[in-house]
Design a protein around this ligand. Structure first.
Ligand code: ZN
Length: 642
């Protein structure tokens, strides 16, 4: 689409008039009062240097790392503007609710903007627009506490931020501190781009753990805030795993692109659970007992977000790199941004000892099964199209997920990049690997947090530099495939194969498992996921259960004439192997009951990786530690120190 010449001139005039009211040279003063954050109220006051005339202000809309227009504008309340001792009337743009217009009166040189940011009292929106504050901790996201003037890129708008915390709360952030007095922290002047990239974690129960490996010149720390004193206590063994993680990234990338690094880690049942990457920190959140019983999912979270400092923040797709938070982002290269990260994160999780080799293999088996028989939607929707999932929305689960597909560029990207890694090893006769690609692609001098953009052609060219091959064709074939089979070529070339047995898959990341925690996964047998109350959370398209008439949202009331419990269902599933009768369910659909008969006789089926005899085991080679690890017999690896 292109704009007419007349419209373009009008647009330029509008932009010029909008920027005329910003006074250059002085920073915007930003006071964030989070002293009342336990009541989920944050009070903000900004002083924006201006000149008289019309001004346009934006509230951040497209949030970096969230890949979508999900800035929580609905949480902004009590908005007032004043200038030159007068109230300034604001109006919201009719076509964009994140854009505000006002007129600065003659003689005024400062626009005061004040508002409250209300933390969600319920579930809230996705990622950082979800719950970020409890009675005992909070994560302050600067994009939520800031209006900024239109007309200049974020990296040219300077702020002088200050933060008021609840009394006695401690904090962690990569943001350089100017001075502190009591509960008030004043930060050094910083541009908007780096301010938004540097959240603050704060809490009553707080633990700061140094995870810098011996001899590493750059400081790394974990800043833990939790809902109890026990939640933030880390065992020496786990600390060592994170020290290993930092050392392993040095081996993998051979360079760092930050001044120091802070893992900001929230441990609470009352905040949204996710991870969000930044250049010099990550905002990761799990349940209150995440450090002690978080399982494989929690163990692989920090490695994933840490990888993003190189892959996503430093190296970023050109069309995902926008000058401010108002311009739309294009998400077509998320299979690199997230997919390669989703490959390297688990590899580093295993290399640093946070996962055992078996947990890594179960993770790979699980995603291969989920993308094969667990994802018939691959036949109509290819990997490339899933990169638009953040904009299509609804891509994070729910009924028919197997047929609709969602953010599959994570898991499918993982398998594609494993395939690339194994291809490099084979093409180079085991002289090169993905580590060499990362050394070139993510290397270079450490200039602090900076962005170096790339395109598809840059990816193919760098792969060619490592191991000559028609990589563009290889990648396009994977991106455009409509095969019902998962891309398991890398697994098989690495000496392993996905096999289904009646033994439940242990570990892995969520999904694929089996009859655990009262959740019934009969995905690879009858084609059903069923909650503890019998509610069908998903039904595989064209599976035996689908053909019998089951859909997501129904509730299973009885199995073979007996009231549903997960145990009863599982017993009936085991019995399908020996019995000749179909499995009979009574299901409820919108208050109506019906009986369905599932013609299935295979018993339970769960995915596992098994060795292909006679083929070298490259998978074990890939996850072997590169850095020396105290107390283990890990190899010193074949790559030089950064
Ligand atoms: Zn990610």
């Amino acid at each position: 689409m292109t704009l007419s010449r007349r419209f373009r001139l009008v647009l330029i005039a509008l932009i010029l008039s909008a920027s005329a009211a910003i006074a250059a040279g002085q920073p915007i003063t930003l006071n964030v009062d989070a002293s009342d954050v336990a009541r989920k109220i944050i009070r903000v006051r900004e002083e924006i240097p201006v000149t008289p005339g019309p001004i346009t202000l934006y509230y951040p809309k497209w949030i970096p790392g969230e890949h979508g227009p999900d800035g929580p504008i609905d949480a902004v309340t009590g908005l007032e503007m004043n200038a030159g001792g007068q109230t300034v009337r604001w109006t919201r743009d009719l076509l964009d609710v994140y854009t505000f217009h006002a007129d600065i009166p003659q003689g005024a040189s400062t626009l005061e903007v004040s508002f409250q940011y209300l933390e969600p009292t319920g579930a809230g929106g996705p990622f950082t627009s979800g719950g970020s504050a409890t009675d005992k901790l909070a994560v302050i996201e600067w994009n939520q506490e800031t209006f900024y003037p239109a007309g200049a890129p974020a990296k040219e708008i300077m702020f002088k931020p200050a933060l008021h915390l609840p009394e006695g709360w401690k904090y962690g952030t990569p943001l350089p501190v100017d001075r502190e007095s009591g509960s008030r922290i004043e930060f050094k002047p910083i541009d908007l781009e780096h301010l938004v990239d540097s959240p603050v974690i704060t809490g009553e129960y707080f633990n700061n753990v140094d995870v810098t490996p011996p001899g590493e010149p750059i400081h790394h720390e974990l800043d833990l805030a939790g809902d109890s004193a026990a939640s933030v206590e880390m065992s020496p063994e786990m600390r060592q795993h994170y020290v290993n993680l930092v050392a392993e990234t040095g081996k993998l990338f051979g360079a760092r692109h930050y001044r120091d690094y802070h893992f900001l880690y929230s441990l609470s049942d009352h905040v949204a659970h996710f991870g969000l990457e930044h250049h010099e920190s990550d905002d990761s959140r799990v349940g209150e007992n995440g450090l002690h019983s978080g399982g494989p999912g929690a163990a692989s979270l920090l490695p994933h977000e840490f990888v993003h400092s190189w892959n996503g923040k430093f190296r970023r797709p050109a069309d995902l790199t926008t000058p401010d938070y108002e311009q739309p982002m294009k998400t077509d290269l998320l299979w690199v941004y997230e997919g390669l990260t989703d490959y390297l994160g688990p590899v580093l999780t295993a290399r640093s000892g946070l996962w055992t080799p078996e947990q890594y293999r179960n993770h790979i088996a699980t995603i291969a099964a989920e993308l094969g028989p667990g994802r018939p939607g691959r036949t109509w929707r290819d990997l490339q199209d899933t990169t638009l999932a953040p904009l299509v929305r609804g891509g994070f689960g729910g009924g028919w997920f197997n047929w609709k597909r969602g953010v599959d560029y994570y898991d499918e990207g993982d398998l594609v990049w494993l395939w690339v890694d194994v291809m490099i090893r084979n093409l180079s006769h085991d002289q090169k690997s993905i580590d060499d690609f990362c050394h070139i692609f993510h290397g270079g001098p450490n200039n602090g947090p900076e962005v170096k953009t790339y395109t598809f052609d840059d990816i193919a060219a760098t792969l060619n530099q490592v191991a000559p091959y028609d990589w563009a064709k290889f990648l396009h074939e994977r991106l455009d495939s409509h095969s019902p089979e998962a891309p398991v070529g890398g697994i098989e070339a690495a000496g392993w194969r996905v096999e289904y047995t009646d033994k439940e898959t242990q570990g892995g990341r969520g999904g694929g498992g089996g009859f655990r925690g009262n959740f019934t996964s009969a995905v690879y047998s009858v084609g059903l996921s069923i909650g503890p109350d019998g509610r069908v959370s998903d039904c595989i398209w064209d599976s035996p259960a689908f053909k019998a008439g089951v859909i997501p949202g129904m509730t299973v009331l009885a199995v073979n004439g007996r009231k549903f419990t997960p145990e009863i269902f599982n017993q009936a599933l085991i019995a399908t192997k020996t019995g000749s009768e179909p499995m009979e369910l009574i299901v409820e659909n919108d208050d109506y009951l019906k009986t369905v008969r599932i013609d299935y006789h295979g018993g339970p089926r769960y995915p596992h990786l098994v060795r292909i005899e006679g083929k070298p085991d490259l998978l074990s080679e890939i996850i072997k530690a590169r850095a020396p690890q105290p107390g283990t017999s890990a190899t010193t690896g074949d790559h030089d120190e950064p």
